[in-house]
Design a protein around this ligand. Structure first.
Ligand code: ZN
Length: 257
């Protein structure tokens, strides 16, 4: 009887020790932390009372960044800018006109703490290599635009190619570790900004415009703004997160190094 009790006690103590170790050490270096919706379920041998005593694991951007990726120190892509206080300008905001959701941050004049209207310079958010620069951009015709929007409505989502057309004239910059920034709806791109060219943070890579935007097809003054994305692999930063968490992520991205 005593032997059985001590065996149970030993098993319990080993379990507690493991829980404490995991709670304080976190994921092993070099191993990507699982995303929120991929958190491993507790082993069936652990009782609910065991789990309730363990502190919650630290939440430092695990679902969104690879372990070795840069996480902070991005510059705002417009000089002196800030995040819009409007959630509609942030990722995951609904975009009913194309049956989709927003995948980036919008910088509009009057919402960006700095001038952000047509023709304002757009800067690289971080050092990197130009992955794409749409010098040969051709604007959608009204018929093409209508086809894109009708197709999106009919299928209930915006297809990848259609979404690319709706971003208009773009520059993409590769920052390594699977991180790419995208600058969309550009009016123009400096001739030196070409695929394969290295750019420095703060270097001008384009100018604010309204390419790829329905209203822009007929009115050059309509909807001029910068649409800016941070991509991680095939996802965008903040994908699936709530408004407060998304805002926190982008505040961290644009925070100190
Ligand atoms: Zn946008």
């Amino acid at each position: 009887m005593l032997g059985r009790i001590s065996l149970l006690l030993s098993a319990f103590l080993v379990g507690v020790a493991l829980a404490v170790l995991l709670a304080f050490c976190g994921p092993l270096p070099g191993v990507n932390a699982p995303s929120v919706d991929e958190q491993p379920t507790p082993a069936s041998s652990a009782s609910p009372s065991d789990l309730s005593t363990a502190p919650p694991p630290p939440r430092i951007l695990p679902p969104f960044f690879p372990e070795n990726a840069i996480r902070t120190g991005f510059r705002f892509p417009i000089a002196g800018a800030c995040l819009s206080s409007t959630d509609n300008h942030m990722p995951n905001a609904p975009r009913a006109y194309r049956a989709g959701v927003h995948e980036g941050v919008d910088f509009y004049d009057g919402y960006a703490c700095a001038p952000a209207g047509r023709g304002v310079a757009v800067a690289a958010a971080r050092d990197g290599v130009v992955l794409r620069a749409d010098h040969g951009y051709r604007e959608l015709t009204p018929v093409e635009m209508e086809a894109v929007l009708t197709r999106s409505q009919r299928q209930g989502y915006t297809g990848v190619e259609d979404l690319d057309r709706l971003r208009g004239r773009q520059v993409w910059i590769d920052h390594g570790a699977g991180i790419v920034t995208r600058y969309a709806h550009l009016l123009d791109i400096p001739s030196a900004i070409r695929e394969g060219v290295s750019v420095k943070a703060g270097q001008v890579i384009g100018y604010v415009g309204n390419s790829g935007i329905l209203e822009g097809l007929t009115d050059p003054d309509a909807e001029n703004h910068l649409h800016f994305e941070v991509r991680i692999g095939d996802r965008y930063l903040g994908q699936g997160a709530g408004p407060a968490e998304v805002r926190g992520l982008y505040e961290q991205v644009f925070g100190g190094r």
